[in-house]
Design a protein around this ligand. Structure first.
Ligand code: PLP
Length: 358
């Protein structure tokens, strides 16, 4: 049976990227050696990391005064690397959910942290607006897409201080004006590749301003100086990133995928609104293109979520269980998820309404 993979991350990747990576694991470029058994300092691997970096710069239109780094440690490591490198006295955070809170927790180790805005009062079902960002902050941190709660900033905000963004779950899903940010980071394991590599886009002039000593491995300047090769980089994930970016370029880049993402999300949100069994907990204007949580409507509120999950599973749907903080269901509609999978989910929801939860 064909599977439809709605997992929140790690998640669906372009099939061609997986096939090319599998081939490279067996034999990289016909050199008779595997990608994972050659030195990262060979020209064969240097070509891989250079191509990944160049494609990322081209696809997201990253200006020349920004460096691109490929690191280990996941986005969670950036929760501490960001304040380690940037927080002298005071930083501001928008608290839009679990990941933002985890980032704030780490920052508090390094200095004062101001919660400039929060959506906690309504279980993070919206993106806060209408607040003023203090001008005495070393930086202001946002999570552009809240993977668990399904909220997303729809535009790049104006910010009077250095803007730092966790874009783990919406990177490359929509055009971004990188020049509005001082630093952007994320784990690759949604729109870019497998788990194991973390991207950082950093404007170099913001570094070197904190008074504390920074351990070598946690200092962005180390990785800039060494071209992400200070230590052994995660070679396999970087290869898959390169292949995923090649695929994205081949289908028309970020503007093209954004159109598809908008169409996929519209199809699903429209069905959630129409279907008498389901409802969306998220404010209409802040709904994510990437993670779409939905719950049972009033009519079906006493129904066991397993009923829909099992029904969906019998039709090949994978990864639809909602996060425990939201409940219900969540469909992640990342770049590589085809429209056909969203259509299949919509049909499954319609059938559920007609014949299961009438
Ligand atoms: N930030 C966001 C928005 C996420 O969705 C996640 C993971 O899902 C993380 C951070 C944590 O990423 P990692 O597991 O790479 O540390």
């Amino acid at each position: 049976m064909k599977k439809h993979n709605f997992s929140a991350g790690p998640c669906i990747l372009p099939r061609v990227a997986i096939e090319n990576a599998a081939a490279a694991v067996l034999d990289l470029n016909g050199i008779g050696l595997s990608l994972i058994e050659i030195s990262h300092r060979t020209k064969d691997f240097e070509a891989v990391i250079d191509e990944a970096t160049n494609l990322f710069r081209e696809l997201l239109q990253i200006p020349d005064n920004y460096k691109i780094l490929w690191l280990g440690g996941g986005a969670s490591m950036q929760f501490c690397m960001v304040p380690f490198n940037l927080l002298n006295k005071k930083a501001g955070y928008a608290n839009t959910g679990v990941w933002a809170k985890k980032a704030m927790k780490e920052a508090k180790i390094f200095g004062e942290v101001v919660e400039v805005a929060s959506s906690e009062d309504k279980n993070n079902t919206y993106i806060p607006k209408g607040y003023t960002i203090p001008t005495d902050l070393d930086y202001f941190h946002i999570t552009t897409n809240n993977t668990i709660f399904g909220t997303e900033y729809q535009t790049d905000i104006d910010c009077p201080v250095n803007l730092v963004a966790d874009m783990s779950s919406d990177i490359l899903s929509r055009p971004v004006d990188v020049s509005k940010y001082a630093l952007i980071y994320g784990g690759a394991q949604k729109n870019m590749g497998p788990a194991g590599v973390t991207f950082v886009i950093v404007r170099e002039d913001i570094l070197g301003k904190v008074e504390r000593a920074i351990p070598t491995m946690l200092d962005y300047r180390t990785h800039i100086k060494e071209g992400s090769m200070f230590n052994t980089p995660p070679v396999f994930p970087i290869f898959v990133v390169k292949e995923t970016l090649k695929w994205l370029k081949s289908i028309g880049g970020v503007p093209a995928i954004n159109k598809i993402n908008v169409a996929k999300a519209k199809l699903l949100y429209d069905e959630i609104e129409r279907n008498s069994c389901f409802a969306s907990p998220v404010a209409v204007e802040d709904r994510s293109l990437m993670n779409i949580p939905f719950i049972y409507s009033e009519k079906c509120k006493d129904t066991d979520p397993a009923l829909f999950l099992d029904f969906a599973k019998s039709k090949g749907m994978v990864g639809l269980k909602g996060h425990r903080l939201v409940g219900g269901f969540r469909a992640s509609t990342y770049n590589a998820l085809p429209m056909e999978s969203v259509q299949a989910l919509v049909e499954c929801m319609q059938e559920f309404e007609k014949s299961v939860c009438k």
